[in-house]
Write a new protein. Structure first.
Length: 320
């Protein structure tokens, strides 16, 4: 089964991070036993996507041959399916060529994209911020959902994770990967307890050694807390969470940001500046105390997850 939380070191998907997620990080995540992911738009120019997929597949195959007792986890590619993305059909064709097992779609639901991935047995997860969008995604052929709750890094919703998961689980029994302020193993277990199959973890991986992020960005995440996250749509036209310090460094007043026009989204060209200069992070960053390797972070998440699970089991036994 492509999507099984039990086959992973800890039930986590590394969220695809614009600019930040590149082969070094994805390979390290998969070798550590979680699903690694990257946005196709990170591979520039277009032919680089084919090169990245060749490298990821080759290095993971080499790892699996050398370590049959602990094979790598699968990886995922994130496609922006919004009409503003001029690369969508090219990137989709490359994913089909490589038979990418897991594709994450964002900012719109496109049946033809889902059908292309399904043609070779791939799985599509679609990220959504409310129940209406979730229903549309499943109606149009997505296999699973990524509820993006309040507090998530990048483009984020406004709703509580409790509200989102309980509403989705009232009608949907397929794969769910919960996103929103998850940066330690206890939060991963909480996501599972709520009804999600996976935790979708992003910001914690920005502050890892393999991440393609400036040292200043990583250091700001380590030094910041939930109070340092600002929710605005100014920089891309879609509401998201950003580090207050980076907004101030760019010359803006975080307490007095105007609204942006959502129709002016452009993820392939000038809007990339938002992620390069205005740094994104989620509200869970208070759990990030240093800059480890991706493998060290996965090991911490797994240890905390197991400790929290044992504590719950022990508490239940006492109550019984």
């Amino acid at each position: 089964m492509i999507l099984s939380p039990h086959a992973l070191t800890v039930p986590v998907i590394g969220a695809p991070l614009f600019i930040v997620s590149q082969p070094d990080l994805v390979i390290a995540q998969c070798k550590a036993g979680i699903i690694g992911a990257f946005p196709s738009l990170n591979a520039r120019p277009e032919p680089v996507l084919d090169e990245w997929l060749d490298r990821i597949e080759r290095e993971l195959a080499e790892h699996d041959a050398a370590h049959p007792e602990r094979p790598s986890a699968p990886f995922a590619v994130n496609l922006i399916v919004h009409k503003s993305n001029p690369r969508l059909m090219h990137d989709l064709e490359v994913c089909v060529k490589h038979r990418v097992k897991i594709v994450i779609t964002s900012l719109g639901a496109r049946p033809e994209v889902n059908e292309a991935i399904h043609s070779y047995g791939g799985v599509v997860l679609h990220d959504v911020i409310n129940d209406a969008f979730a229903r549309k995604a499943i109606e149009k052929g997505a296999d699973g959902l990524i509820p993006v709750a309040a507090g998530a890094g990048g483009h984020a919703g406004r709703l509580s994770p409790f509200a989102l998961v309980q509403e989705f689980r009232a009608w949907f029994d397929g794969p769910l990967a919960l996103s929103g302020a998850i940066a330690n193993g206890r939060s991963v277990l909480a996501a599972r307890a709520m009804g999600a199959d996976f935790a979708y973890v992003g910001s914690a991986f920005i502050a890892t050694r393999e991440a393609n992020a400036k040292d200043e960005y990583k250091e700001m995440i380590v030094a910041s807390s939930a109070d340092d996250i600002v929710y605005t749509n100014l920089f891309t036209g879609v509401h998201g969470n950003y580090l207050r310090g980076s907004i101030e460094r760019a010359g803006y007043d975080p307490g007095n940001l105007p609204e942006s026009d959502p129709s002016k989204m452009n993820f392939a060209n000038e809007k990339s500046k938002a992620w390069r200069d205005i740094w994104s992070a989620g509200q869970g960053i208070g759990a990030i105390a240093h800059v480890p390797t991706a493998a060290e972070l996965v090991a911490r998440l797994a240890r905390e997850y197991d400790e929290a699970l044992r504590a719950l089991v022990a508490d239940r036994e006492v109550r019984a």
